[in-house]
Design a protein around this ligand. Structure first.
Ligand code: FES
Length: 130
């Protein structure tokens, strides 16, 4: 069962219809622009499950693209999730601010809640379903 909105997760993609199996490569770290993100969408068109993988230096973070405030997608433009300084995730709707390392919201209307992390693994430079 997927975590409730606002819970840290991680979400297990085996609960998402059409998502790849555990261990499947999603992309290479090098395929993600430095300080950029890639967005992945699975599930039925009428109720898609979307998540993003953000690269910050050599680190990658994966979260559901759904703000715990009122369940809207977070990106400013498709695939852009961070503030102008590229320090925190910043929701485009009402300005909630989240720590990349754990998805915790420390400012804004959903303060104290979390983005839902997605279970991933890094293997030989690849980002895989965890
Ligand atoms: S939907 Fe993200 S802050 Fe309101």
């Amino acid at each position: 069962m997927l975590p409730k909105l606002g819970d840290p997760g991680p979400a297990d993609l085996s609960d998402v219809p059409g998502a790849p199996d555990r261990g499947t490569e999603l992309c290479r770290i090098g395929d993600i622009p430095e300080n950029g993100a890639r967005v992945f969408t699975y599930g039925p068109q009428e109720d898609p499950f979307e998540f993003f993988i953000q690269r910050i230096g050599d680190a990658v973070y994966a979260y559901r693209n759904l703000c715990p405030h009122i369940a809207l997608p977070m990106d400013w433009r498709p695939g852009v999730f961070m503030d102008p300084q590229r320090t925190f995730f910043l929701c485009a709707n009402h300005g909630a601010v989240f720590r990349p390392e754990d998805g915790y919201c420390f400012a804004g209307p959903c303060r104290g809640r979390y983005l839902t992390a997605i279970a991933i693994e890094i293997r030989d430079g690849a980002v895989c379903v965890g």
